[in-house]
Write a protein that binds this ligand. Structure first.
Ligand SMILES: Cc1ncc(COP(=O)(O)O)c(C=O)c1O
Length: 406
């Protein structure tokens, strides 16, 4: 008798090299982003998931994550999974039936908190922002005065529409005054702009590896304050998740013992990505991101395209650009990819395209290539733009403000 089922055809697929485009696309969308060579190299190695070498990697990742999150927290965890897994770890450990969360909603990702909180049986209230704006601190203050919440959630940057929660430090302070824990999604913002976990009183903050940190997708990072750690100990159980149970994660991240097989390659890459951030220094990294984004914004506006979000609410890490009337955004993006090998992102139901300004995206050659491709693609769509002026504005900004930064 045959050891294999003859009814199941053996596939003969092409090799991955044949699957991938001959020339890789420059990833200028909302993530993942390009990774430095050191990170790519680190991510190509496999070591054992337990033992002395891995202990050094884990301790190093925790120490560097403390710097990047700006915290003295001990309870820092890497998670095998996307950023959403970190969000799920926060919601699944801090919330359960009988507990109440206030979700500040500005778009797709801030609303994901509400979906996850409902999934673990918590009572959820959503405070929604006006279109293209963050939820202002005054509105949060009013809402917190009307009810008792255990947790307040928000995003520092809402990637789906490019909105920045400028009031984050005030909102965290209000949440604390109201006796609630503050949980923050810093997925598209960490290491691209200031975030001071301890000073601002944030209890839980998390990020993914594939955006500002410029590492390989697949490992998320999360930090818990002592107050959050204390509260989650009171979970009545059973916990809804096993992999995402923080107390189990403490086995690996606190005690160097087995929880599940760690994402070894992703952790090695993350170690290297964090090391490069420490080497660059946060102050310089923030300046690089800010100037890169502002230069690109000057170029986009200079050629006659409209940045969707008003300046005071605009997120620098992900830019939303209105698709001009008469143009087809999907076709323009495809044109950019085919003709210029530049990939930017689609929208989440909005009439926009999005360009990322995170990590390795913020290098001047990438700005010129992306802006030029964007301008030509929309010109090809029949839109009248001043491409030369846009390119000149980009260059002028860099000369005036960003010499030696980018
Ligand atoms: C702000 C924000 N939160 C959460 C997520 C979810 O990230 P992931 O796709 O890694 O789960 C994203 C992804 O773009 C994001 O931008």
């Amino acid at each position: 008798m045959s050891p294999v089922d003859c009814n199941i055809k053996r596939p003969t697929p092409p090799s991955i090299i044949q699957v991938l485009p001959a020339e890789p696309l420059l990833l200028m969308g909302a993530g993942p982003v390009p990774v430095p060579a050191e990170v790519a190299r680190a991510g190509s190695m496999v070591i054992n998931h337990l033992g002395d070498t891995m202990n050094l990697v884990v301790d190093g990742v925790k120490e560097m994550a403390r710097y990047v999150f700006q915290t003295c927290d001990d309870k820092i965890y890497g998670i095998s999974g996307p950023s959403s897994a970190a969000m799920e770890m926060a919601m699944g450990n801090l919330l359960w039936p009988g507990r109440k969360v206030l979700v500040l909603k500005m778009g797709t990702f801030s609303n994901r908190f509400a979906e996850m909180a409902a999934g673990v049986g918590a009572q959820v209230e959503v405070l929604e922002a006006a279109d293209g704006q963050p939820v202002p601190a005054e509105l949060v203050e009013k809402k917190l005065a009307q009810g008792q919440y255990d947790v307040v959630t928000t995003v520092q940057g809402e990637t789906s529409c490019g909105v920045w929660t400028r009031d984050l430090p005030t909102i965290a302070c209000l949440a604390h005054q109201a006796g609630a824990l503050m949980v923050v999604d810093a997925v598209c913002t960490l290491s691209t702009m200031p975030l001071k976990k301890d000073e601002w009183g944030i209890d839980v903050v998390f990020t993914g590896s594939q955006k500002g940190l410029s590492s390989l997708p697949g490992v998320a990072l999360i930090a818990f304050s002592d107050a959050a750690w204390e509260l989650l100990q009171r979970h009545p159980g059973p916990k809804p998740h096993w992999c995402l149970d923080v107390t189990r994660a403490q086995n690996f991240w606190g005690n160097h013992t087995y929880h599940y097989t760690a994402p070894v390659t992703g952790l090695l890459a993350l170690y290297e990505a964090l090391r490069l951030i420490c080497e660059e220094k946060l102050e310089h990294r923030f300046a690089r991101h800010r100037h890169s984004s502002l230069a690109l914004q000057a170029g986009i506006a200079g050629m006659g395209l409209n940045l969707s979000i008003a300046l005071e609410h605009r997120l620098n890490s992900v830019l939303a650009i209105d698709i001009p009337t008469g143009a087809d955004g999907a076709r323009a993006r495809r044109y950019m990819a085919e003709c210029f090998k530049v990939q930017i992102s689609e929208s989440y139901g909005r009439n926009i395209v999005r360009i990322g300004q995170m990590g390795e995206q913020c290098r001047s050659p990438n700005l010129f290539r992306t802006l030029h491709a964007l301008g030509v693609a929309f010109t090809h769509e029949g839109i009248k733009l001043d491409l030369s002026r846009g390119m000149a504005e980009l260059e002028e900004y860099l000369i005036q403000h960003a010499a030696g930064v980018l």
